[in-house]
Design a protein around this ligand. Structure first.
Ligand code: 4AZ
Length: 450
């Protein structure tokens, strides 16, 4: 017992195996040689090829992990939408800024949109930038507040960082008062909005597209339109059958050709549908009232304009919303590229398509269109020719009443003409003749107040 007590006094209370490596080494040093462990015998030895294999394996796993991380954090981008506003100073009060289609609105918006685009494209987030637009201008005493709309893509992890960067780039842009426009950097406001709020903002404005399709100018002949590409295009149906085209110009009114209503004027016989497929339609509305131009004479070509009032309001969405009406003073020069759309015949007395068709044409000088070989003076100032003197690409039967549209420098679409008449379709020296919308702008305003 007593020996046992002696041992207790010199032995540590924790087991030997728990000693630190340093203590272990000291302990080994004072052990007799015969009791020491052989240095190498405790570790298994691996052949070189196995070590290389293990290293490669570990590197491969590391590589895959990093790759997946990069993919989810950097490549898996989401789209983010923002709305904001800032003040532009030194602009004398002018209520034309309140009109979305005025020259003043387009001019100032274009300058601001170019400045925003340049600022973002030159920044270090140029790869995340998708679009920026001026939505409205609100004039005040000696200043105009610009309401803006922005789209960026970013990974979820960089979301807040992206918002801060957008804000600082815009602030810097507003501080650099180069050019004719001076802005107030302290007036900048910016907030993230949902996709549906962003689409609502765009779809409530005229002549814009929420989905950005740029294929229209690459199409040479007539070809099938994409859903949402021409959201103002409507099909006017008589007793359920496509009869004429029409264009949505407000949430309650469409503009079309007067000659579409030659036989009956009873609104109950007509329906208006939207979407690229004429049957079954994407959206359908009923007609409340038909307003024919007072000076239209049946079987004559002049004043071939009519308005359709719907029984209820159209709920705008990506695929259905209004086109812009040009100011009465706006000029569309000869040679400008325009697009005509409709479900009309694919050739004179030919077949009708099921899906909406589009064709890129050019505005033709009225003097050329009135030449002896062409229409020999039949084209009035209130009409506009579009197509090609060489023929082929043209509107045709069933396209009547439909839109001829032009994108302005901001890519906002304006109604230039209403399909009206022509000598058959696509014939040499016989281009399509359209009602010139600028000539009827005041008549439209007098009837429906837009
Ligand atoms: C029509 O009969 C018609 N090529 C419409 C347009 C044109 C010709 C005929 C233009 O409705």
């Amino acid at each position: 017992m007593c020996v046992a007590v002696m041992m207790e006094a010199v032995t540590p209370v924790f087991p030997i195996s728990a000693l630190s490596p340093m203590v272990e080494r000291i302990k080994e040093k004072f052990q007799p040689k015969w009791a020491r462990k052989p240095v190498m015998s405790s570790r298994p030895s691996f052949p070189l090829w196995m070590i290389i294999l293990i290293v490669f394996g570990v590197l491969a796993i590391l590589g895959i992990t990093i790759g997946l991380l990069v993919h989810f954090l950097a490549v898996e981008n989401k789209t983010y939408y923002y709305r904001g506003s800032f003040k532009v100073k030194g602009i004398p009060y002018n209520n034309n800024y309140e009109r979305e289609t005025s020259q003043e609105t387009n001019h100032l918006s274009h300058i601001l949109e170019n400045r925003m685009m340049n600022a973002f494209q030159k920044s270090n987030i140029y790869r995340q930038y998708i679009n920026s637009q001026v939505i409205t201008l609100i004039p005040d005493n000696n200043s105009v507040t610009a309401r803006i709309w922005l789209v960026f893509k970013a990974s979820a992890s960089k979301k807040e960082n992206t918002r801060r960067r957008i804000e600082s780039i815009l602030q810097q842009m507003l501080r650099n008062n180069t050019g004719s426009v001076t802005a107030d950097p302290n007036s900048l406001k910016l907030e993230e909005i949902s996709k549906s709020e962003a689409e609502k903002m765009i779809n409530s404005r005229c002549g814009r597209r929420a989905r950005m399709s740029a294929t229209y100018d690459r199409v040479k002949g007539g070809s099938t339109a994409q859903e949402g590409e021409w959201p103002w295009q409507a099909s006017l149906k008589k007793n359920g059958r496509h009869y004429c085209g029409a264009s949505l110009i407000s949430d309650r009114y469409l503009v079309t050709a007067a000659h579409c209503f030659q036989k009956t004027l009873n609104p109950a016989n007509y329906t208006v549908s939207f979407g690229t497929r004429v049957n079954p339609p994407y959206m359908q509305h009923y007609v409340q009232k038909i307003i024919i131009h007072e000076d239209y004479v049946r079987n004559e070509h002049h004043d071939d304009v009519a308005l359709i009032q719907l029984t209820g309001k159209v709920l705008f969405n990506n695929n259905v919303h209004r086109v812009c009406l040009p100011e009465a003073s706006q000029i569309f020069p000869a040679g400008e590229g325009v697009v005509v759309t409709g479900w009309g015949a694919l050739s004179y007395d030919g077949e009708y398509p099921v899906l909406l068709q589009k064709a890129s044409v050019k505005i033709i000088d009225t003097n050329i269109c009135n030449s002896k070989e062409a229409y020999n003076g039949l084209v009035k100032d209130t009409m506009i020719c579009a197509g090609y003197m060489a023929g082929n690409i043209d509107a045709c039967q069933g396209d009547s009443g439909g839109p001829l549209v032009h994108p302005n420098s901001r890519n906002i679409w304006y109604l230039v003409g209403i399909v009206s008449w022509g000598n058959e379709c696509g014939k040499i020296n016989k281009p399509g003749v359209y009602m010139r919308v600028t000539s009827y702008r005041k008549w439209i305003a007098s009837k429906i107040g837009v």
